[in-house]
Design a protein around this ligand. Sequence first.
Ligand code: NAD
Ligand code: UDP
Length: 312
Amino acid sequence: MKKKTILVTGGGGFIGSHLCERLLKENYDVICVDNFYTGSKNNIRHLLSHPDFELIRHDITLPLVAEVDAIFNLACPASPVHYQNDPIHTTKTCVVGAINMLGLALRLRIPILQSSTSEVYGDPTIHPQREEYWGNVNCIGPRSCYDEGKRCAETLFFDYHRQCGVDIKVVRIFNTYGPRMLPNDGRVVSNFIVQALRGEDITIYGDGQQTRSFCYIDDMIEALLRMMRQGPEVHGPFNLGNPAEFTMLELADLIIRLTGSKSRKVFKPLPADDPVKRRPDISRAQQTLHWQPQIGLEEGLKKTIAYFDGVL
Ligand code: NAD
Ligand code: UDP
């Protein structure tokens, strides 16, 4: 039987590179598409010599022609620092990128998975967040390029499904961390670990009482594969994440303990529109995908710290 070819946009990024690696292990042909805006060739250097791996440097805001059997659409900067750096291009990546990839899926009649985000809930007024919740999003703030871009991408996915019958799979990813985040990524887990290992001040934004729920990368990859393997009647959206919830102060203290660092915690202004609380209700994913995270925060942080220790 012919091997299936999977297209991963954003395959040079943090989640994308782990997904490419896993797909190759499962004996798929993999085409990785990336413009390396936030990704790095180093993330996939070890895959470049693999006979079933191909890399295309390409920006998904431009049309792409390829013959593939499924698409994981992951291309988009995910760290607030980076997606706010060129907000117009962030919205274009979310919206025009989605139109281009959905057009390809429609032409080829293949399934396409969209990596949406917990940010579609904005600064949520219900807790934990369930998929039925419509969210509380500022449409003109510094996070809007990403939040509204991802919301519009979801709209496009569901309209391509309803209007044209495209087999869509939409997942809303909550904060995910692990090896291959870049040291300058700007997100909280990598920032705190890099600061702790370098003995620099740990930068807590605001009072540190805001919460997030952190999912280890291996758990997320498993969920993405399970979602793609669902039949055409399953579209989501499904929340994917680890429901264990921590304040940023708790996260900082845990990282200080695990690294044995002498770093001090310092307090910096809270960025605009920073969500106060975040925790996924993952019942839908549990029921349909028979999935739940297996790796707790301490175990995942130890692996991530070991990675950064090697890199720095
Ligand atoms: P990342 O920044 O490490 O990876 C994104 C990749 O997309 C990078 O390699 C980047 O160069 C590439 N890219 C960006 N714009 C592109 C474009 N226009 N054309 C082609 N490639 C482009 O981020 P990540 O954490 O791996 O996130 C992957 C996906 O998952 C993103 O869509 C993100 O929105 C989503 N997501 C991630 C998280 C998380 O906590 N990691 C949470 C929610 C959603
Ligand atoms: N944060 C922090 N210090 C940092 C980076 C982030 O206190 O050095 C906080 C940030 O204000 C937010 C949380 O950590 O409340 C998670 O931020 P991140 O950028 O990782 O992701 P978000 O969930 O906000 O997209």
